[in-house]
Design a protein around this ligand. Structure first.
Ligand SMILES: *Cc1c(COP(=O)(O)O)cnc(C)c1O
Length: 373
């Protein structure tokens, strides 16, 4: 709700369901300063965009139909035939697929860089490098990138930097303060918090980039349901409070798991044993509820017994909802740069809002099943 706006009787915006937007007079039909078609969004969309900008400090925000659409919208809006782009090797797999299948067809060449490259990215930037794409922590494997160093090198070379900032949930990282140009978020995850809506945001540090992205999205026909925009706008009010709980529970469970004999390593950037902990401490203001655990090598059937025995944790993709999730990740791990060398299976946990004791009891149950009892 805008504190300075006109008085409104409801705390939340109206859900205006409209394709056609009616105008009073013929002269209003083509006014450039008004929304003249529902595809561009109405009250709930305005409220959501304003809330995202207030949170992120961006200059402009484009709403799209999913988190993946946010990633692909930024990539498509900011590249052209003949360009080269640099993408972190730890990138969300569907984003990699878009680069390989769609961008390639349009004459954009993608090269993948090792996520710990830091300022060394400068050596990989070519005269035609238009964009450097970051994701920190990396999907599944949670490498923390030196975001300011990569963003500065991109800017110095005249390339745009884009970060997939989904893990930090529009709360635990300030990408624009770190020099990044564009941030994409799957609002599907923590901003929504309900596991029941798809929505993506593309937010830019400058009005110029925001206009390029919005123009591309409008030309491409991007549109978001007013109900979905409403749900996310409403849920953003509780985001930080939810994240505090997700963070505290996940930290407690990560520490508990680290002491289990079945576990080789816990990949959680807020733990001191994470290889990139110092970078995380420097750049992030907190953690969220998502981390990954490396099991000691074991037969697949024992891992399945562990996962199938869980009753509080559900099995499934995505994260950021109220219910805790577990996911075996290995089939998704893709690397162009360096092989993923770890021996045991990787399991990702999204810690929800249930009591920690119930989640730990559930994991104990899982470990008993793993042991065959
Ligand atoms: C989930 C996710 C996306 C895609 O979001 P959807 O709304 O599911 O399409 C993009 N990037 C990251 C890092 C994600 O975790």
């Amino acid at each position: 709700m805008s504190p300075k706006g006109p008085f409104r009787r409801t705390a939340n915006p109206p859900v205006e369901r409209a394709s056609t937007v009616l105008v009073e007079r013929a002269e209003d039909l083509y006014r450039p300063d008004r929304v003249n078609y529902g595809r561009a969004g109405l009250a709930a969309h305005d409220e959501l965009r304003a809330a995202v900008l207030a949170r992120t400090g961006g200059a402009g925000c484009t709403l799209v139909s999913s988190g993946l659409a946010a990633c692909t919208t930024a990539l498509a809006a900011l590249t052209k035939a003949g360009d080269h782009i640099l993408v972190t090797d730890s990138v969300y797999i569907p984003t990699r697929r878009f680069c390989e299948q769609t961008l390639k067809r349009f004459g954009v060449e993608t090269a993948y860089y090792e996520p710990h490259v830091g300022a060394g990215i400068a050596e990989q930037i070519r005269p035609n490098t238009a964009l450097v794409y970051l994701e920190s922590p990396g999907s599944l494997t949670l490498e923390i990138q030196d975001v300011p160093a990569v963003a500065a090198a991109a800017r110095a070379a005249g390339a745009v930097s884009v970060i997939d900032d989904t893990w930090a949930g529009m709360s635990r990282l300030r990408p624009f303060a770190l020099g990044v140009d564009v941030a994409v978020h799957a609002a599907t995850k923590y901003p929504s918090g309900g596991s029941d809506v798809f929505l993506g945001t593309v937010t830019s540090a400058s009005a110029e980039l925001a206009a390029r992205i919005e123009t591309h999205a409008r030309c491409a026909g991007a549109s978001v349901s007013p109900d979905d925009a409403y749900v996310v706008a409403r849920s953003l009010h509780s985001l930080d409070a939810r994240l505090d709980r997700h963070e505290a529970s996940a930290r407690a469970i990560a520490d508990w798991l680290a002491d289990r004999p079945e576990i080789a390593r816990v990949l959680h950037p807020a733990r001191e044993d994470h290889p990139d902990h110092a970078l995380w401490l420097r750049d992030f203001t907190g953690a969220t509820g998502l981390f990954t655990v490396l099991f000691k090598p074991l037969p697949e059937a024992r891992l399945y017994a562990f996962l199938d025995a869980l009753e509080v944790f559900a099995l499934g993709f995505s994260f950021g909802g109220f219910e805790s999730l577990a996911l075996w990740c290995d089939p998704q791990i893709t690397r162009n740069h360096a092989e993923w060398k770890e021996q045991g299976p990787l399991v990702r946990f999204s810690i929800g809002l249930e009591p920690v004791e119930a989640l730990i009891a559930d994991l104990e149950h899982g470990f008993a099943a793993l042991a065959g009892s």
